[in-house]
Design a protein around this ligand. Sequence first.
Ligand SMILES: NC(=O)c1ccc[n+]([C@@H]2O[C@H](COP(=O)([O-])OP(=O)(O)OC[C@H]3O[C@@H](n4cnc5c(N)ncnc54)[C@H](O)[C@@H]3O)[C@@H](O)[C@H]2O)c1
Length: 341
Amino acid sequence: MPTTVLVTGGAGFIGSHTCVDLLEHGYEVVVVDNYTNSSPAALDRVQKIAGRPLVGYVADLRDRHALDGVFERHAIDAVIHFAAKKAVGESMEIPIDYYDINLAGTTSLLRSMHAHGVHQIVFSSSCSIYGDAVRVPLTEDDQARPTNPYARSKWICEQILRDACERYPEISAIALRYFNPIGAHPSGQLGEVPTGVPNNVVPYLMQVAVGRLEKLSVFGSDYATPDGTAVRDYIHVLDVVAGHRVAMEHLEDESGMRVFNLGTGVGTSVLQLVSALSVACGKALPYQLADRRPGDVATLVADPQRVERAWGWQATRDLADMCRDAWRFQRLNPAGYLGGI
Ligand SMILES: NC(=O)c1ccc[n+]([C@@H]2O[C@H](COP(=O)([O-])OP(=O)(O)OC[C@H]3O[C@@H](n4cnc5c(N)ncnc54)[C@H](O)[C@@H]3O)[C@@H](O)[C@H]2O)c1
């Protein structure tokens, strides 16, 4: 069982919640993050909530030298690899950056792991690799049809891991294809605090709720869905986090590459999400319908049975829980982490 875990991108949304969980479960945690979409304040809060310290390094994953230094200083047992750029729309604008950061970051990490005899990795993959789904819910055996550079970068990383596992039988890799993680830590101290204008719908709407942004643009209202807006499988970030710990604890079960969806199996349209968040924050959140965004798809909903059968993991929180926790965080931290602890 791993005892010291390297979390790349550990100051980000999912990474920071994962660090709390790992610390609370007795693991030693080492974080590498370059803070391009986060801040060190997230790690201060992680340590305060968990009541235990972690070790954080400011470094870009593509900096092999810096990574090697981390592996030399710590006896890392397993890696959870979150660090990446993650916005579909942005990836259409700056595709080369997406390939550089997501692919070169991953190969640099794998090379450093290999050089230091670290063979266990949980990788953040994404439901976006399924692309324009022919049918839902999506199983892990459905064909990948990525429709944008972000999704393609995640798909290529999965192939890189698969090839590495083929070549080096000592490697054990689990790719978790998450659907749409939202929500926040129930303490109200940790949440999603992207740099700049949020690319994801919930942090955007939360800023609308506190008056920092005017209204949400709902991209696409003519999809073949019940209300015409895109349908996604929203999942509470803490359920995603629990999925990571369980995955990590099963890395040693077998070598090679395994792939699991992390979703709830429940589809929610953008308009249903706006309505649920409006209920949570007690006011109607303004929105306007806009054109489809290039690279987006109509419906992505998970079939989560494989992971349940493998490890008994299933999501335990519903949309109302996700909206309540997201709003609690925003209400207590209207300016993100700037207000301090
Ligand atoms: N949030 C989602 O909706 C979602 C869905 C599916 C998959 N994912 C994947 O999960 C992972 C984490 O997502 P998140 O929502 O926490 O994102 P995030 O942007 O909040 O966190 C990513 C973290 O990685 C850091 N980072 C980025 N590039 C780096 C680099 N080159 N070197 C070091 N650090 C770097 C950022 O500063 C940030 O702290 C990503 O790989 C993302 O693609 C996210």
